[in-house]
Design a protein around this ligand. Sequence first.
Ligand SMILES: N=c1c2ncn([C@@H]3O[C@H](COP(=O)(O)OP(=O)(O)OP(=O)(O)O)[C@@H](O)[C@H]3O)c2ncn1[C@@H]1O[C@H](COP(=O)(O)O)[C@@H](O)[C@H]1O
Length: 108
Amino acid sequence: MAEFSLSDLETIIGERAHSGDPDSWTAKLFARGMDKAAQKLGEEAVETVIAAVGGDRQALVSESADLIYHWLVVLGVAGVPLADVLTELERRTGRSGIAEKASRQDRG
Ligand SMILES: N=c1c2ncn([C@@H]3O[C@H](COP(=O)(O)OP(=O)(O)OP(=O)(O)O)[C@@H](O)[C@H]3O)c2ncn1[C@@H]1O[C@H](COP(=O)(O)O)[C@@H](O)[C@H]1O
């Protein structure tokens, strides 16, 4: 399970976004647009902060997962690929080729 990556989740979100599946939370968020997606991201951020400050380790893991999922949905609704964020993070390290290497490892 440790091999599961943010890139995998981005792919799943992309597949579900316009699936038309009435049971898909992802499809619902994409249909309702940025206001709803961003609102959910904000709520999950607050819940993550509460878990962290409260020292609730299990809640912190769970809320972090909710937060990251909703962050990727917001990126998807905005049309911003995860790779753009990774490239920006890599730029800040002052090194090059790290994101590319991670992507190669991701693909096996
Ligand atoms: N990781 C997640 C994930 N994390 C959280 N959530 C959903 O986010 C929602 C947020 O819960 P809340 O209680 O805050 O929201 P709510 O109160 O039900 O909604 P509102 O009242 O705010 O409208 C819940 O419905 C959760 O199921 C997620 N939904 C989907 N995924 C991933 O996306 C994939 C595709 O999901 P579907 O699009 O639902 O098929 C799944 O297989 C997962 O991998």
